[in-house]
Design a protein around this ligand. Structure first.
Ligand code: FAD
Ligand code: NAD
Length: 474
């Protein structure tokens, strides 16, 4: 039986990063992954690189450019006759990026001497792992430390069966071969808004059905309100408080039934239906009955604050454990676990994991929102600053949205930063650093920010916490 120091199951952003860091630290490391790419060959990188973060961002960028060509370039005096988009070319560009990135992980594995197994891993007792290869062959491996990083899968809803063609999850919505005339989306969450935006920008009539009565309930209400207004302007039809009761494929369309907030029953027909109502930890067939690893009530692998399971030497990271289902959170856990195994300090602060929604405008936040602070009885003061008063945003023709900073009323420590507007996916990094270093809003206010940049909105919002913003009346 081949023995490794560290054996990782799953090569998504949690697992592959853990494997590389473990190898860097001198461990004899292997990684098992079962994912098969669009070309029928094994592909590393998990959901994120193959059918998640990266392909969705590639399509968001293509469609953002097209949307600007159609609608905003004219403000700069730029015109083009009869612009059009070739969907297969756009999809092929996305596929090329995916291939480049997933191939890059294979190269990194080779460079770091991580042994890669293409197949399915199952944890047995005594830290042994059975690998089932795609050709049916099996091999048993063993390791001193095992890291489970099997990720997550989409949640299905009763009465709305995926068929991969008309009723799809994220995988299907990334691969439409033509622009659907009418697209339905169940769930106004991160995937629903990002993928709904992609196809809306290309001309689909997009209807989003959201069960909850409020929009983006996880986002600060001021920021969610601004985002909702912008999405409405773009023509995204978001119906809150709508409970889907069933969907049926009839010929080449889907008939979708739902009940609105007032109890009224409705039926709409769409050409494609994306179900994006959340994801759940994926552990199917992973744990043998006698391996000893426990799951929690939500079906996630139970871990302590250091990502250690209840079995000595068995760790779990990424989407298959508690905490936000985000690639960077999983990667940081991967690094922390590898370093803990090496006897170093390893820790992930779940309170400062940034979130970004890559719509137009982008939405980004870190830390607590105003409601969470109030519910927890924390005294706060806030400062906001609009991009409408930021010269760089005007020059970019993207002068919408705002930055909002929440600080403790007594200590001034920054508790949360919430943004909607241009490139806030990049601006949030400064605020994560500030929070990690326990900065006060005064600290942010005293830092010199380059002019003219979008980051001046962060500076001015920090000044606004004490009502001393310069470029607007306080
Ligand atoms: P995964 O990436 O899911 O990887 C797990 C891997 O393990 C997979 O390759 C799987 O095939 C393999 N596996 C599972 N079981 C076994 C087994 N028994 N044996 C062998 N292999 C196994 N997050 C962000 O931070 N930013 C974004 O912009 C973003 N965009 C997203 C867009 C979409 C459409 C989706 C669906 C998700 C997005 N996410 C984003 C979330 C992000 O993809 C996940 O948080 C991240 O991929 C989780 O990483 P992971 O390594 O835990 O799991
Ligand atoms: P989500 O949790 O972001 O949103 C799901 C939405 O569906 C929620 O608003 C929920 O209230 C709603 N919902 C649940 N059941 C419903 C029902 N029966 N009918 C109508 N609405 C219903 O989940 P998601 O959009 O599927 O994305 C899954 C996860 O993937 C995200 O939470 C995030 O962790 C990750 N992700 C991240 C990014 C990013 O970082 N930019 C992008 C995509 C996905």
């Amino acid at each position: 039986m081949t023995q490794f120091d560290v054996l990782v199951i799953g090569a998504g952003p949690a697992g592959y990063v853990a494997a590389i860091r473990a190898a860097q630290l001198g461990f004899n490391t292997a990684c098992i992954d079962e994912f098969i790419g669009k070309d029928g060959k094994p592909a590393l990188g998990g959901t994120c690189l193959n059918v998640g973060c990266m392909p969705s961002k590639a399509l968001l960028e293509s469609t953002r450019q097209f949307h600007n060509l159609l609608h905003t370039f004219k403000d700069h005096g730029i015109s083009a006759s009869a612009p059009s988009i070739d969907v297969p070319t756009m999809i092929a560009r996305k596929d090329k990026i995916v291939k480049q990135l997933t191939g890059g992980i294979a190269t990194l594995f080779k460079a770091n001497k991580v042994k890669s197994f293409a197949g399915r891993g199952k944890l047995l007792a005594n830290k042994q792992v059975e690998v089932s290869f795609h050709d049916g062959a099996k091999e048993t491996l063993s390791a001193t430390h095992i890291i489970l990083a099997t990720g997550s899968v989409p949640i299905a809803i009763p009465g709305v069966p995926f068929d991969g063609k008309h009723i799809v999850d994220n995988v299907g919505a990334l691969d439409f071969t033509a622009v659907p005339r009418r697209m339905g989306v169940i769930g106004a969450g991160v995937i629903g808004l990002e993928m709904g935006s992609v196809w809306k920008r290309l001309g689909s009539e997009v209807t989003v059905l959201e069960a909850l009565p409020e929009f983006l309930s996880v986002v600060d209400t001021d920021i969610a309100r601004i985002a909702a207004r912008e999405f409405k302007k773009q023509g995204l039809d978001i119906k809150l408080g709508s409970k889907v009761t069933g969907a049926q494929v009839m010929g080449d369309e889907v008939q979708l039934s739902y009940v609105d907030a007032a109890g009224g029953e409705h039926q709409i027909s769409v050409d494609k239906l994306l179900v994006a109502v959340g994801r759940r930890a994926y552990t199917q067939g992973l744990l043998s009955e006698d391996c000893g690893v426990k799951l929690n009530a939500r079906g996630q692998i139970e871990v302590d604050e250091h990502c250690h399971t209840n079995v000595d030497g068995v760790w779990a990271i990424g989407d298959c454990v508690r905490g936000p289902m985000l690639a960077h959170k999983g990667s940081e856990e991967g690094i922390a676990v590898a370093e803990l195994i090496a006897g170093k300090a390893g820790h992930v602060n779940l309170d400062t994991v940034p979130w970004v929604i890559y719509t137009e405008p982008e939405i980004a936040w870190v830390g607590k929102n105003e409601k969470e602070c109030k519910d927890a009885g924390i005294p706060i003061k806030t400062g906001s600053f609009p991009f409408a008063a930021i010269g760089r945003a005007m020059a970019m023709n993207e002068a919408y949205g705002q930055v909002k900073i929440i600080a403790h009323a007594d200590t001034d420590r920054v508790l949360g930063v919430h943004m909607v507007g241009p490139m806030v996916s990049e601006l949030i990094a400064e605020c994560v650093v500030a929070m990690e270093f326990h900065a006060s809003s005064e600290d942010l206010a005293r830092i010199c920010h380059a002019h003219p940049t979008l980051s001046e909105a962060v500076h001015e919002a920090a000044l606004a916490v004490d009502k001393r913003a310069i470029h607007r009346a306080n």
